[in-house]
Write a protein that binds this ligand. Structure first.
Ligand code: DOR
Ligand code: ZN
Length: 429
């Protein structure tokens, strides 16, 4: 295995140091290190962060390998600076058994670019009727700790309560896609002035907020861990702030697209901007940025949702919801949070690595950049800027909402347990 001497990187944006990576671990951090036989990585001006961790990635395998595979999605993740991604359960077949989660986990091991951590479905077939084999998935080789019916809400409160009780036994967490389905029948975009003007059926903020309010009360009652996926409204941030002040074990994520884009994008009728939950208003974007800055929102989760051309390039109403996220997530966070001074690099490490690793109970990720720690690292050039070209993405799909947009930041290198998965901005395998 190659050893690396990273010269002059700034851990969490602090003073420049050398980092010696040997045998999968950080062997030394200090000034003017030397290491015979090690490959030197010149990192002057680069920020070193712990490898990013995504709580919310759709890899589409098994079932929709035409949109993404564990292999192509892993490469997109590594290029985005990630060393671990949670693979959502809405595959075909659904990841609702030990067999399917082990299959996804094994495909991730074979690709070897990031740790692919399967999410287990909460209910059989995501149908919202019967609990899936949560214990068997937890005990499997994939060691599932995060359970989600994402794409669907666990809307039955009694079933949600039972899921929370069940996962508590093995320190698991239920990640809820908060959407009261009776309030979003036929919904196409955020419900507000714009939906009325465009003549598209609205998805009211209250449909998200009602479920979050209900679920934090259930989590408090049961004493279990709840995670809220892709929080999108100002009201949701307020409810989370209230719940945390009461000591409820609730965590939440926001997507890069909800930090940057608004429902104004729907004016184009370009289905690349159709997503669930929908893009919201300027006031919501502001509340999400504030919530991420003050820690009410714990993490950035990409909701990377690749879709094949025929599922996306159609009329708005027919198009599937979802957009790519892995390769631009860090750039969007730099643009919306770092450059405006709302989050420093330690904050980025916290919200994109440390906290998501804790929520997923991933012991090897989100660790300090210190001797003895597993060498899961990313080197970022914060000064670089580039224009997003969907054709150049590693994802098998092309539905990037950032096409043609200039964004800051470039991932120069990613290391997974000491192996360079990305070097000079290119995937190594
Ligand atoms: O926009 C979305 N796409 N939201 C979801 O909840 C599911 C996801 C998908 O699987 O495409
Ligand atoms: Zn979702």
């Amino acid at each position: 295995m190659t050893n690396y001497l990273i010269k002059g990187a700034k851990p969490l944006g602090g003073d420049a140091v050398d980092i010696f990576v040997a045998d999968g671990r950080i062997a030394a951090v200090g000034d003017s290190l030397s290491a015979t036989g090690a490959e030197v990585v010149e990192a002057a001006g680069l920020v070193a962060l712990p490898g990013l961790v995504d709580l919310h990635t759709h890899l589409r395998e098994p079932g929709r390998e035409d949109a993404e595979t564990v292999g192509t999605g892993s490469r997109a993740a590594a290029l985005g600076g990630f060393t671990a991604v949670h693979a959502m359960a809405n595959t075909d077949p659904v990841a609702d058994t030990a067999g399917v989660v082990e299959q996804v986990w094994r495909l991730g091991q074979e690709a070897g670019l990031v740790d692919v951590v399967p999410v287990g479905a909460v209910t059989v077939g995501l149908a919202g009727e019967r609990l899936a084999e949560l214990g068997a998935m937890a005990d499997s080789a994939a060691r599932v700790r995060v359970f989600s019916d994402d794409g669907h809400c666990v809307s039955d409160p009694a079933l949600m309560r039972r899921a929370l009780e069940y996962v508590k036994a093995f320190d698991g967490v239920v990640a809820q896609h908060a959407e009261e389905p009776r309030l979003t029948v036929g919904a196409q975009m955020h419900e507000g002035d714009r939906s009325a003007r465009l003549g598209l059926t609205g998805w009211p903020a209250a449909a998200e907020e009602a479920i979050i309010a209900r679920d934090v009360l259930l989590a408090e009652h049961v004493g279990a861990r709840l995670h809220v996926c892709h929080v999108s409204t100002a009201g949701s941030v307020e409810i989370l702030r209230w719940a945390k002040s009461r000591g409820v074990q609730v965590t939440a994520e926001v997507t890069p697209h909800h930090l940057l884009l608004t429902d104004a994008c729907a004016e184009s009728y370009d289905p690349v901007f159709k997503v669930n939950p929908p893009l919201r208003t300027d006031a919501d974007v502001e509340a999400l940025r504030a919530g991420l800055a003050d820690g009410t929102i714990d993490a950035v989760g990409t909701d990377h949702a690749p879709h094949a051309v025929e599922d996306k390039e159609s009329e708005w109403a027919q198009a599937r919801p979802g957009m790519l996220g892995l390769e631009q997530a860090l750039s969007v966070v730099i643009e919306t949070m770092v450059e405006p001074g709302r989050l420093d690099w330690a904050g980025v490490a916290d919200r994109m690595s440390v906290r998501p690793a804790q929520i997923g109970r991933l012991g090897d990720h989100g660790r300090p950049i210190a001797p003895g720690e597993p060498a899961n690292l990313v080197l970022v050039d914060p000064a670089a800027r580039s224009t997003v070209d969907p054709a150049a993405l590693a994802s098998r799909s092309r539905n990037s909402p950032y096409a043609g947009r200039e964004l800051p930041g470039r991932v120069v290198a990613t290391f997974l347990r000491g192996t360079a998965t990305v070097l000079d901005g290119k995937a190594t395998r």
